[in-house]
Design a protein around this ligand. Structure first.
Ligand code: ADP
Length: 172
């Protein structure tokens, strides 16, 4: 990445999520955001209230592999408050994706909550690419569980992980 002129602050963003697993919708957002910011931290939330289908290490591996071509992207994990992790990363922006109106109410509530906790951190929303707007991690798992093609929905590394998850006879 070329050095910024003196006095220009680097703008870093945090893209938090479960990424269980990463889809092409997530990846599209990451690619677009990596062109908008000087640095982008993609961070997997370790949520004690959720039992993920993929381990934390698998999800980090999937994201690292799918974003290896993006030199402004770092991959991390965190637990606790997103705003606390954003401050630790030096991120002034929390990035979230919006697929449809159904995402809006929940996302707005989280954005307002985060703003009440840390007013200097802004939440920015990127609209999902139209061709990926139907995609969610749970839809992808549902299709893979019943043997449907997912190659147009997820990066190659994730398609392989889905195949091994559902071909072991342990229908997760
Ligand atoms: P969370 O459990 O935090 O909602 P997800 O991994 O489901 O984690 O989503 C992380 C972020 O990615 C959210 O902002 C979500 O709206 C966004 N997102 C999910 N699917 C897509 C998609 N197909 N295209 C763009 N953004 C998406």
């Amino acid at each position: 990445m070329p050095a910024l002129p003196a006095g220009v602050p680097a703008m870093k963003a945090l893209y938090p999520g479960s990424f269980d697993p990463l889809t092409l919708g997530h990846l599209d957002l990451i690619e677009r955001a990596s062109r908008l910011f000087d640095g982008l931290v993609v961070a997997v939330l370790q949520n004690p209230g959720k039992q993920p289908s993929f381990s934390l290490e698998q999800r980090l591996g999937q994201i690292r592999s799918a974003t290896a071509h993006l030199n402004r992207v770092e991959v991390a994990s965190f637990d606790g408050l997103t705003v606390t992790f954003a401050s630790q990363c030096g991120a002034a922006v929390i990035l979230r994706g919006l697929r449809a109106m159904s995402d809006f109410e929940y996302e707005l509530q989280i954005a307002h909550t985060n703003s009440s906790l840390a007013p200097s951190i802004e939440t920015l929303f990127l609209a999902t690419a139209t061709r990926h707007s139907f995609l969610s991690s749970s839809v992808v798992k549902e299709v893979a569980r019943f043997g449907g093609a997912v190659e147009h929905m997820v990066p190659e590394v994730v398609a392989k992980d889905l195949a091994s998850l559902f071909n072991q006879g342990q229908r997760a």
